[in-house]
Design a binder for this molecule. Sequence first.
Ligand code: MG
Length: 458
Amino acid sequence: MAKNLIISISGMRGIIGENLTPDIVARYGCAFGAFLKEHYREKYEKLKVCIGRDSRPSGPMLASAIISGLNSVGIDVIDLGIVTTPCVGIMLRNLSCAGGIVITASHNPIEYNGIKLLLDNGIAPPPELSEKIKKRYYDNDFDLVDSISCGKLSFNDQTDRVHIDKVISIINPHSIEEKRYKVVLDSVNGAGGRIGKTILNELGCEVIAINNEMTGIFAHTPEPTKENLVELAERVKEEQAMVGFAQDPDGDRLAIVDENGFYIGEEYTLALAAKYIFSKMQGPAAANLSTSRMIDDIAAKNGSQVIRTPVGEANVADAMIKNNCVIGGEGNGGVIDLRVGPIRDSIVGMAMVLQLMAETGKTISQLVNEIGGYYVYKTKAPADGDQAQAVIEKVKKQFPQAKLNTSDGCRLDFEDGWVHIRTSNTEPIMRIIVETVDQQAAAKYIYAISNIQQEVLA
Ligand code: MG
């Protein structure tokens, strides 16, 4: 297999011109199509799949390849063009498709691209089904259909409308419209620019849209972190805007800059969204094990609880559906509201944050102050699964008083904070996150873990 091509449970990711080639992708389309035919043989008579892509220049090439694969095994395809990842999850259900495909490498640099697969519920296949798709791909286990049975290709340009209407239906747009907020939106020339600008305009905002061309020529390193959003922060200050929003290239993550041009950190996106939701309703929330405790604090004030899941949006979405969660997501700026769709959605995030501002009359910095915060330390180290497990066992022994969650590596919860140690799904590394009430509290955990790491990895 070519170097760096990764086929994981969430799909396929590689480098254009090196290993993510049209023949590989067409074959992956055949395998996914054959899988869907078998998996849904009793549910659908004629199978349709909808496909969307982010704005990377390699998107159309990969789209044609995977569409060929799907058509060649008899699956009809509806091409949505350049749309955000959450849009595909929404449209596939809207159009009664058996599956969905998103062509994106999310926040990775331009040389990468990838293919994400979704089932008819809008969620990535669970591991046991992903294995089946992978096996079909490696074994060439699919039957090509004859000329008359080839799948058809059609196009649909209604995605933004459908998505925006769904988002507006869960808020009160008039209270936002009255405020006439000045907002700077940085879409990094990704797929979120068009829909982002449209909904903000419809909500009565004065929108200053930067990096809003959907060219896939990223205006800065695409991950929406502080160091990559300097332009946004400066622009918010210059324009005296009330808020700055940053989307990642496929529009599922949202980062926020406050009215002073200060990057508040992606963990606050979900916290602010949860603050809005819990001002309206009660019910459980879901978040992955690496997400800040801020959401627990916000839920607790409302008498609600947070269900913790393994890392990975499908795990969060799954828990949300099973437990009827009113809000969920991940600390990387990913907010999920099932009334819109089961995928992290920057549009949902923006709408909820503006609604919270409008209803409370408070600024982002005031709202962040109310939420409070924690000291966070993150690190990673090269380690295989056995080494990571050895570290976890020793850390558990060192802190026997901790409350444990071992559904994804190990999270140890204490009065004054928590530690999460897990292995990466895509690289041989171990990730460690420590979140505590202050830096002093973190020191004892960081010190103990780094000693253990040295012992194990020596
Ligand atoms: Mg993304």
